[in-house]
Design a protein around this ligand. Structure first.
Ligand code: MTE
Length: 337
């Protein structure tokens, strides 16, 4: 299967929607997105039985806030007719940047953009450390120039049951790891989000063990699909999407795609993620998209594509089976959820 992939500099200017056409379409879509977003929120909220609910569900319910209007954002590079390799159209820039999960700011998806808009993302350094021969600290600008920024159109499937198609910009994590040279003892990669409670109000909540942590097995991290994203829709990432650097692992549920990363550490033991620490019976280490392995509180058999109304069947490994199934040969995918 082909993955849509090209260098950002390959995009011919003739394919880019002139700004005035985009802007007039945007005025129409802002209203449409608000309606679609509100419907999506109601439809994909897990059905919560409070008598037997986990504390994660109670927290989500208790902290939900009303939606907010979209905040001003840069003009995206819109290429008419662009799709993923399955032929699915891209999710609108408005939805991608105004319907977010980023618990450091709020648990309300439609309020993240407004609450994150002033989050300081410069200066920013990322440490590559642990079991490596060449540890380093990289300024974000150097990562942007050191590695070719490719466009990758990937499906993003949230564990909650909604999905999007997003044109990311970024570079393969494998390139950064090759430079770091993991030692023979390195088996896993552990990622950490910045810890900045003064600017991230959610980090003052004692419910989660901050900072947000995620992990991958080293062979998963080296897979060519695994992307360090620096932008989307041809522009640098906005704070709500995990600026200035986030992980994107398209065959796994979205919570693995950790945002606003400051530390990448090679380790010998399986790292415990923030979600595993909060509710290990609901959120496992692997988190591979799988229609046959339900979340304890809801089915994963189908999903709702944001912006298009209906539900569609969930695809094994989110449709990337050909590229990643070999990583899990012989493994029980239900036991290793
Ligand atoms: N990273 C951090 N640091 N904090 C978060 O709350 N949420 C995750 C993931 N990365 C999250 C995070 C979840 S649940 C999802 S679905 C995706 O980010 C959403 O990415 P998006 O808002 O860019 O669509």
């Amino acid at each position: 299967m082909l993955i849509k992939k090209r260098s950002h500099t390959d995009i011919p200017s003739s394919e880019i929607t002139p700004e005035h056409i985009y802007l007039s379409r945007r005025a129409f879509m802002t209203g449409a997105a608000a309606v679609a977003g509100a419907a999506a929120l109601a439809a994909c909220a897990p059905k919560t039985d409070l008598s037997g609910a986990s504390s994660v569900a109670q927290l989500q319910e208790a902290t939900a806030e009303p939606g907010t209007t979209p905040v001003a954002s840069p003009t995206p590079v819109v290429i008419p007719g662009q799709t993923d390799e399955l032929g699915d159209p891209l999710t609108s820039f408005e939805d991608v940047t105004n319907y977010n999960n980023f618990y450091e700011f709020t648990t309300s998806k439609e309020a993240v953009a407004a609450k994150a808009q002033d989050f300081p993302i410069a200066p920013w350094h990322v440490a590559v450390t642990g079991l490596v021969r060449n540890p380093g600290s990289y300024a974000i600008e150097s990562l942007r120039t050191k590695y070719d920024q490719e466009e990758r159109i990937y499906r993003l499937r949230c564990v909650e049951g909604w999905s999007m198609v997003i044109p990311w910009l970024g570079f393969p994590l494998a390139a950064l790891l090759a430079e770091a040279e993991p030692t023979a003892d390195a088996q896993y990669v552990r990622f950490e989000t910045i810890h900045d409670p003064a600017n991230m109000p959610g980090q003052n909540s004692p419910f989660f063990r901050w900072p947000y942590v995620e992990g991958l097995r080293l062979d998963e991290a080296m897979n060519d699909l695994t992307l360090m994203a620096t932008g989307l829709y041809g522009k640098e990432l906005l704070p709500q999407n995990g600026a200035p650097l986030r992980l994107v692992v398209p065959w796994k549920y979205g919570f693995k795609s950790i945002k606003s990363i400051v530390k990448i550490e090679l380790v010998s033991e399986m790292p415990e993620s923030l979600w595993m620490a909060a509710a290990s019976n609901e959120y496992g280490f692997y988190a591979n998209v799988n229609p046959e392995v339900d979340h304890p509180r809801w089915s994963q058999a189908s999903e709702r594509r944001i912006g298009d109304g209906g539900r569609r069947p969930t695809l094994l490994f989110n449709g990337y089976e050909e590229q990643v199934a070999a990583l899990y040969a012989g493994m029980d995918l239900a036991a290793n959820f």
